[in-house]
Design a protein around this ligand. Structure first.
Ligand code: GUN
Ligand code: FE
Length: 437
């Protein structure tokens, strides 16, 4: 049987660099219809045109006056940090040592990873996020629990076992060899199973020995199709520590470059305090700089300078993410709002259409998954969010003065949260209204 989602529909096929005067960059249908078969998009058109094909076994769900968009994508999240969110700590290193590294040790406890994984996917769906790139803990079992739950829910997920073999509590350390062996076993078991994708995940340079980074590079050479995720230049003390640990390096980025960890599948969390040479290395390798606004404000790390990255190379690849539990919200709407404020305070106003492009097709492109997710092109996986701009009394009263789609988007970005997400579809199946907790 087929599913026909009717409503106002917005989907992008390119970045709307000039906002609403980039009509070629997006499709907006006032009375649109998205036809889904076997979890994939098979047609997108005005409802009046698509209904002509009815008479078959089609279930029609009308979401008017809500807005149907591709599901949101979070390109950097730590699932073992659900119980770290909102920890009262100072800067990065204190936050890591005092809270994060304590919490992540619990993932060796029987049943804990399963419980948190289940809670995580509930929370992602509640907030309209249908794909995430996730760090697990150092423990293999944390990855098993994550992928088992993602697979059960048929969600498109990217995740990997964190590798870390120094500068953390002993029970959180692997070794260069065990990190490699565990990653290998998890790749064999999970990469390409259903919608699951494995990411090679050295946590960041300070917690890996040269041997471990070497072995991470070996994994990348053996599996060039895999994503790589790590952290880069989030905090000045972190950068100074890397300079101490790798005295031969020109800069922090050079460490990753040296071990063969940069490239078009590499996601670099934060990228706040970069030199011009580092921006050049990121752009030349087609690596992705991941903006984590709520985390950067909460941990006090600094202001992501998108304009500077783009000025250095207009083709530089960027993404946006929550960075839970340094980040403070699971919502990509809240994330866009804080991101807007960070850019605005630097004189970089960002058009609302570009925001919604970013959390859909923009992030899909950053993950090299355009065509699979992030837009409603034919054959795309039918992950959708249904957005309600009148979700709260305050939004309802504000909506009385809203006249355009762009204003409505900006209102949802500024005032929205999980209540704004009226429904979520994962591969064509209703997922939010069917949550059990
Ligand atoms: N750098 C290394 N690990 C982490 C982490 O878990 N969160 C953040 N925000 N930065 C990191
Ligand atoms: Fe992070």
């Amino acid at each position: 049987t087929e599913l026909l989602l009717r409503g106002r529909i917005l989907t992008f096929h390119d970045e709307p660099l000039a906002g609403e005067t980039s009509p070629e960059a997006f499709i907006y249908l006032e009375d649109g219809a998205l036809l889904v078969r076997d979890g994939k998009v098979v047609a997108l058109d005005d409802y009046a045109r698509l209904r002509g094909g009815e008479g078959r076994n089609v279930e029609v769900i009308d979401h008017h006056p809500h807005l149907i968009m591709p599901g949101f994508i979070d390109t950097h999240i730590h699932y073992p940090q659900m119980q770290v969110v909102g920890s009262y700590a100072g800067a990065l290193m204190e936050w890591l040592n005092k809270y994060t590294f304590v919490e992540e040790q619990k993932f060796s406890n029987q049943g804990h990873p399963e419980r948190i994984a289940s809670a995580l996917f509930d929370e992602l769906i509640r907030h309209g996020t249908t794909t995430a790139a996730a760090y697990c803990s150092v423990h293999k079992a944390s990855v098993q629990a994550f992928f088992t739950e993602a697979h059960r829910r048929n969600m498109r997920m990217i995740a990997g076992k964190v590798m870390m073999d120094r500068n953390a509590p002993p029970s959180l350390l692997d070794t260069a060899q065990s990190g490699y062996d565990d990653s290998k076993a998890l790749i064999d078991e999970w990469h390409g199973k259903g919608r699951q994708l494995y990411a090679i995940t050295p946590r960041f340079a300070p917690t890996s020995t040269p041997e471990q980074l070497e072995m991470s590079g070996t994994l990348v050479r053996e599996h060039p199709e895999l994503h790589v995720q790590t952290h880069l230049c989030e905090n000045n003390a972190e950068i100074a520590f890397v300079a101490e640990l790798f005295p031969w390096s020109r800069d922090y980025t050079h460490v990753y470059e040296h071990y063969g960890l940069l490239g078009p599948k590499t996601l670099l969390g934060h990228c706040i305090h970069l030199t011009d040479a580092e921006i050049g290395a990121i752009a030349n390798s087609a690596s992705v700089a991941v903006f984590c606004p709520t985390s950067n404000l909460f941990i006090g790390s600094g202001l992501f300078d998108l304009a500077r990255l783009r000025a250095s190379d207009p083709q530089v690849r960027t993404a946006i993410a929550t960075d839970i539990g340094g980040g403070t919200s699971y919502s990509m709407l809240r994330t866009l709002d804080e991101g807007y404020k960070i850019l605005n305070i630097q004189g970089q106003r960002y058009h609302p259409l570009r925001s919604f492009y970013q959390v859909t097709l923009g992030n899909a492109r950053a993950l090299s998954l355009e065509g699979n997710i992030g837009s409603f092109v034919l054959g795309a996986e039918a992950d959708c969010v249904v957005l309600n701009a009148r979700a709260t009394p305050a939004m309802r009263i504000r909506m009385e003065t809203v006249e355009t789609l762009v204003e409505e988007l900006f209102l949802m970005q500024t005032m929205g949260d999980d209540r704004t997400i009226a429904e979520v579809y994962v591969a064509g199946r209703a997922a939010k209204s069917t949550l059990t907790s």
